[in-house]
Design a protein around this ligand. Structure first.
Ligand SMILES: Nc1ncnc2c1ncn2[C@@H]1O[C@H](COP(=O)(O)OP(=O)(O)OP(=O)(O)O)[C@@H](O)[C@H]1O
Length: 218
């Protein structure tokens, strides 16, 4: 299913400095779009608009034939109706739950797609399942966070600087897992980072948000 975004966002934060952006791109299953841009250029705002946390002023967001946002048809799905998997800088795991319980938390009842055993396999988490987040390294926490995001059965996976809290060695260890996840589960993925080497290692295509515009050529 193609995931497509063609939106304008104007003044999303009431009372804040003037800020607007426009973004247009299409993303196929199993493909990863890297998004770069200076600090404050709007990368996170764009991800929030896709997740339904920020409201664009115009345009359209489509997941296959399903419309998530189109004000001309009065369509604006709330965040909880958008199947989006999100991975942040810090894993944001529930500290009182084990790894396995954290993973289960993401899994909708009766889900027939991606299963816990699949993400445990691809992300190499067999030995981690009984541990609490406090007993994990930063890289292990991020693997669990990626697994939990996948178990939501997302139509799109949003990764916002997922490696930036890790040191160089851990980054290098995690990158192959991320590539493997995208190849195995074929979820269209948007990967935000300000490091060009990191984006180049993961993404099939890289776009830069410059002066409020992010546009795929053609
Ligand atoms: N909650 C908010 N309230 C007011 N202004 C905000 C809010 N969040 C972001 N902004 C402003 O909107 C603009 C875009 O911010 P955004 O976080 O999307 O940029 P970014 O490219 O992700 O930055 P960074 O790389 O530093 O994370 C910035 O000018 C920022 O100051």
């Amino acid at each position: 299913m193609t995931f497509s975004v063609d939106i304008q966002i104007q003044q999303p934060y009431a009372g804040a400095n003037p800020f607007s952006l426009e973004a247009r791109f299409e993303l196929l299953p199993g493909r990863c779009l890297g998004i770069m841009g200076a600090s404050g250029s709007g990368k996170t705002t764009l991800l929030h608009a896709i997740a339904g946390l920020v409201s664009p002023s115009a345009g359209r967001i489509m997941s296959g034939s399903e419309c998530w946002f189109d004000p001309t048809q009065a369509i604006q799905l709330p965040p909880w109706q958008r199947p989006v998997g999100v991975v942040f800088q810090e894993g944001r795991l529930f500290p009182h739950l084990s790894v396995e319980q954290n993973l289960r938390y993401g899994l909708p009842a009766g889900a027939t797609g991606i299963q816990i055993k699949d993400v445990v396999e691809v992300l190499g988490m067999h030995t981690l399942l009984k541990r609490k987040p406090s007993q994990l390294s930063g890289g292990e926490k991020q693997r669990v966070a990626i697994g939990r995001a996948l178990l939501r059965q997302p139509a799109v996976l949003l990764m916002d600087e997922p490696l930036s809290a890790l040191d160089a060695t851990l980054k290098q260890q995690l990158l192959p897992y991320i590539r493997q996840v995208i190849a195995t589960f074929e979820v269209p993925t948007i990967y935000v980072s300000h490091l060009s080497e990191e984006v180049a290692a993961v993404a099939d295509e890289v776009l830069t948000l410059t002066q409020g515009v992010l546009r795929q050529p053609g």
